[in-house]
Design a protein around this ligand. Sequence first.
Ligand SMILES: C[S@@+](CC[C@H](N)C(=O)[O-])C[C@H]1O[C@@H](n2cnc3c(N)ncnc32)[C@H](O)[C@@H]1O
Length: 223
Amino acid sequence: MHAGNEHLDPNYVAAYDRKSGFDPTDDLDVLCRHGLTTDSIVVDMGAGTGVFTAAVAPLCQQVIAVDVSPVMTAALRSRVERDDLDNVSVVEAGFLSYEHDASPPDFVYTRNALHQVPDFWKAIALQRLASMLRPEGILRVRDLVFDFEPVDAEGNIKDWLSGAVTDPTVGFTAEELATHVRTEFSTYSWLFEAVLERVGFTILDRHYRRSAYGTYTCMRHAT
Ligand SMILES: C[S@@+](CC[C@H](N)C(=O)[O-])C[C@H]1O[C@@H](n2cnc3c(N)ncnc32)[C@H](O)[C@@H]1O
């Protein structure tokens, strides 16, 4: 199993929420604008400790929170129990192994997880998400995606690293970002967008921050 080694480390997972500093408010607003209701079914892929899952659960009918790491799913289950979220199911599975055997979801959400798989597999993962969604269902995807040309890579990566935090408990350090570039599978925006379109999504909006963080709202084609 490839989950990113840190996601299998209980100490890293215990400290993850503070380090990540993730606020899902904007994502919830976008899902609501695209029709999220108390009848909606949501799949959170690579759900991690469940920050998004816990935030969306009160607004929808059911959340299926999927993560490949047993340490992350244990943290997720603790959150679900602690917050008494009786409409959340936690599934230990990955982008390439999760089988959705209930009604097709209206929304699939995934944040900062797809870069764990190389592009060949990422395309298959996105194809699987498209097949899982109902026609015209919405995929909200956020990931580390590089929005520049290869010729500008050195300068852009240097800029990105220069803005990193020094305290690893409240963010990602330059060393961690450099390890990400060397060993994980973030791709270029122009490749990522082409794959989204290739597997059957229309990109409704896209946003890049610091040339390194991509956010997309996509609709699965009607047929
Ligand atoms: C950086 S964390 C992000 C967690 C959460 N989505 C968030 O934004 O806080 C990445 C998560 O992706 C999970 N992951 C890694 N590879 C995966 C795969 N192939 N399938 C599903 N989840 C995976 C990891 O276990 C980890 O929980």
